[in-house]
Design a protein around this ligand. Structure first.
Ligand code: V0V
Ligand code: CO
Length: 145
């Protein structure tokens, strides 16, 4: 079903501080910045190359409000950041969603929503994955190089 790990989502209370750590100290490249109002996040995607060309990126997520998913996650975590989700990349979201539903997974959204860089995203509830929030992401069609 899955192509690879697309990214690991890290909840961060303070984006500037997190960028200093991950970019200035650890040396990741900043690939993409975006605010997603629907998801309630200020997002930074980090990696070594170009978004979509590589696997296992790091997605920093700062909450846009305390009521957002990431805001609540940080609050439950005593005000600290942590691993908020793991995102699996798929090539055909609709087929994978249907298969997962058939196999009993609890998908959060009836239809995919808009994610980073124009991706289509859905989530599997942590209650049906043994406690880990899993994102399913279909990146936009690859640009021609
Ligand atoms: C909550 N729980 C988690 C969790 N968030 N467990 C593991 N990882 C997490 N991130 C646990 C929580 O401790 C409770 O366990 C239980 O789930 C509560 O579930 P709930 O009452 O349904 O609700 P909430 O309000 O805690 O919300 C959880 C869900 C929420 C998963 C429904 O976080 C959500 O809607 N997530 C999907 C959207 C999202 O996360 N967006 C941000 C990333 P106990 O205490 O009952 O045992 S946006 C993104 O990645 C983008 C844009 C992208 O990549 O393109
Ligand atoms: Co994500």
């Amino acid at each position: 079903l899955f192509v690879c790990i697309d990214h690991i989502g890290l909840a961060v209370p303070d984006m500037d501080e997190a960028l200093r750590l991950h970019v200035d100290v650890m040396g990741w490249r900043l690939l993409h910045r975006e605010q997603n109002q629907e998801q309630g996040v200020d997002e930074a995607m980090l990696g070594t190359g170009a978004q979509g060309d590589e696997n296992a990126m790091i997605q920093l997520l700062a909450p846009l409000s305390p009521e957002s998913a990431v805001g609540k996650f940080i609050e439950k975590n005593g005000g600290r950041g942590g691993i908020q989700h793991i995102a699996y990349r798929v090539a055909d979201m609709d087929a994978v969603d249907a298969t997962l539903r058939e196999r009993g997974a609890t998908l959060l959204y009836p239809a995919p929503k808009s994610g980073t860089g124009g991706a289509r995203i859905n989530f599997i509830h942590p209650k049906s994955t043994g406690g880990v929030l899993l994102e399913i992401t279909e990146p936009p069609a690859a640009p021609h190089h």
